[in-house]
Every structure is written in C-alpha cells, then in structure tokens.
Design a protein around this ligand. Structure first.
Ligand code: TXA
Ligand code: MG
Length: 353
C-alpha cells in the first residue's frame, strides 16, 4: 500500500485548498480506510469508529492487542449523545471547560458503537480535539473517528508526520501533515462512569484543573507506581508502553548528586562499550559527559519538557543509544503526566539517591 501524504498549508484559517484535502481524506475514512492526522496532543491513527472493519485495521496497522480500546473523536457536542448512553452533568461541565481540547472522557456506550472499537468493553472513550485539521477530518469522515496514537505499539506516540511515517509508511492509506503536535503528550483520560470520576491517564488537563470544575476526582492507584530503590526488574510488557530501545533509568534526588551519579554510571557504561545518552534539563545541560545529551527543556517550563519528551526518546532510538539516564521531573501539575510517561518508558526503573 502506498501511503498518501496531504501537506497542509493553512495557519490560522483553513484554506480552500486544505479543505479539499481534508474532504478527500474524509472520503478515505468513510470508505473504511485509515488516515493519520495531527491533534494538539499527538498524531492519531484514524478510522471510522462506527465501522468494526476499520477498527480491526487500526489494531493490525499498530500491532496492538485488540482488547486495548480506542478513543472516538468527535467535532461537535450533539454527536456525544449518539454514542454515549449516559452523560452525567459533571461531564457536561468538563466538556464546557475543556472541549475542544486534550481531555478524553469515558461513558457507557450506545449499541451503535461496535465492540471492535471499545476492545469488548461496554464503555466508550470520547474526545473532541482542538485542531482545525483534526476537526475537519472528523467532519468530512462521518463524525466519529476512532484513533489511537499513530505509533507502532510500544513506541513513543508521534508528535510529527515524519514520526508517523517512520512507523506507518505502507501500512495506512494516508497521513495529514499539519506540523508539530504542540502539547506532545496524550490527552488526560477521566472515567465518568464512576463517582467521583477517576483519572486513568494524566495529561495536559491536570487533576487540579478538573477539581476546579467538578470538585472531587480520584486517580487510578497504579498511575505513578514505581519500585523505588529496588534492583531493576525485568520490565514487564505491561509497563513498557513508551519504551525506547535503550535501557532508560530515571535518577531522583538532590541536583548535584544526580549529576554525579549519572556521570559515574555513564562512564561505566561507556567503558563497557555502550553508547550512552542523557535526558537533561536546560539548567544542567553542560554538566554531562555522555555520547548524546538531549535537552528536555527548562525545569521551570513543564510545557517545553512535555512537548520534547517523545521526540527525544525517538532520537535516542535513531542514534542507537543503548544506555540512557534521565533526570527526574517535579510531579506537580503537568509534571505528573511527564513523569507517568517517563516511568513507563523506563519500565519503572528508578534510582533514588
Ligand atoms: O491524546 C490522545 O488521547 C491521542 C490522540 C490521538 O487523541 N490518542 C491516544 O489514544 O492516546 P491511545 O489509543 O494511544 O490511548 C488511549 C488510551 C488507552 O490506554 C486505552 O486503553 C484507553 O485510552 N481507553 C480507551 N477506551 C477506554 C475505555 N472504554 N475504558 C478504559 N480505558 C480506555
Ligand atoms: Mg498510544
């Protein structure tokens, strides 16, 4: 299969030319094909969410187990009621506050949503993305686009069309190239079928943001679980969702100690013939002595770190780095999403000094 590339040009207003491309891409979706597209979080791999055949194709293209459910993307509020059987008032408040945007909510599903899309569950995850190209594609593609992140299963989510093609070229019908996904981490997921609602995946919309709108929310207890101070376990597949090829270790503790520990261990690895890498904050970038040192951004600028993280993990793969150390980040606000992804990438391999 040859993967078509739609290069988008519009900046603020959608141009006629770009609208034409989105209509064409929408026809591919309606015909049961797959189109990857940009969103404000990461690129999605879209298919018709109400077509069981499309969902099957999505799982096949990603190499993803078919019991892992997909998010359905909508572009207007009225469509929520077509797929969700019960929309609690708290969900309406959250939609008002954060849609379109990086928030996914889980509802009881209606029969129209095939089990192929929900991985066999009676619930459906729904998101209204805030990206004109995404919204156009959803509109022209029939209104309900099932889309996981557009990476091969086990790789970091793609933040640009280049990374989508790296994983998906020849496996999907088309990709819409709309530039860099600005947030860089996947949406916050909140389960609205329980009371109080529960965060299943932290993201750009933080626990504090949610609490301001609907009061109490809880968190899945496993979100930040890590086996501090224990010898690294063989990372179970369960945890290594966003894994780089190299062995990644997160180092927590007082700044100078962290730098010293990382440099010592980088040296040891280098002497064993490993290619070494460090994920550093801007503040410490000149302090490391590895083959490859990547700047995640300033410790004071979470948004920068979030938007760089997946790209950095992919670059380490491209450069065949085999041993990687990362500084830890503050877990406040967006920092929780950053550390959640980093912990998964590291298979929860953490050293606390
Ligand atoms: O930002 C995002 O959410 C991106 C963009 C493309 O929208 N999408 C994304 O999809 O990250 P994916 O498939 O990579 O991650 C969706 C997560 C999975 O962990 C899945 O298990 C969970 O959402 N999920 C989906 N439906 C669910 C449901 N009904 N109940 C519980 N978890 C669900
Ligand atoms: Mg994903």
């Amino acid at each position: 299969m040859k993967t078509l590339i739609f290069n988008m040009e519009s900046d603020i207003e959608l141009s006629e030319e770009d609208e034409k491309k989105l209509r064409e891409a929408g026809e591919i979706i309606k015909a049961g094909g797959l189109v990857a597209f940009p969103t404000e979080t990461v690129y999605g791999l879209g298919g018709d969410g109400l077509n069981p055949g499309s969902s099957k194709k999505i799982y096949a293209a990603k190499g993803r187990p078919s019991d892992n459910p997909l998010i359905i993307h909508i572009y207007r509020m009225e469509d929520l009621y077509k797929i969700a059987s019960d929309v609690p008032s708290k969900a309406l408040k959250l939609a008002e506050a954060f849609w379109p945007g990086p928030l996914t909510m889980i509802f009881e599903k209606k029969d129209i949503v095939p089990f192929e899309t929900t991985g066999g569950l009676n619930t459906v995850a729904v998101r209204m993305p805030d990206d004109d190209f995404a919204r156009g594609l959803i509109k022209f593609g029939g209104g309900f686009i099932a889309a996981p992140s557009a990476n091969l299963s086990g790789k970091p989510s793609p933040t640009s069309a280049t990374y989508v093609l790296e994983d998906m070229e020849g496996r999907i019908d088309a990709v819409i190239d709309g530039g860099k996904a600005c947030i860089g981490l996947e949406s916050t997921i909140v389960d609205m079928t329980v009371e109080p609602p529960m965060i299943l995946r932290p993201g750009f919309v933080t626990a504090e943001d949610l609490k301001e709108v609907i009061g109490d929310v809880t968190q899945d207890a496993t979100l930040m679980r890590c086996d501090v101070n224990q010898a690294p376990k063989a990372p179970g597949m369960k945890y290594r969702h966003y894994a780089p090829k190299g062995e990644l270790t997160i180092v927590k503790g007082e700044n100078e100690k962290v730098i010293q520990y990382i440099n010592e261990n980088i040296n040891k690895a280098r002497n064993k013939g490993e290619k070494t890498g460090v994920i550093a904050t801007a503040e410490n970038i000149d302090r490391y002595d590895a083959h490859v040192v990547k700047c995640a951004g300033s410790r004071l600028q979470n948004k920068e770190v979030a938007s760089n993280l997946y790209e950095i993990l992919r670059e380490f793969d491209d450069e065949d780095v085999s041993v990687i150390y990362s500084e830890a980040f503050d877990e406040e606000g967006l920092g929780q999403a950053i550390m959640n992804r980093l912990l998964k990438a590291a298979g929860h391999r953490v050293v606390t000094l």
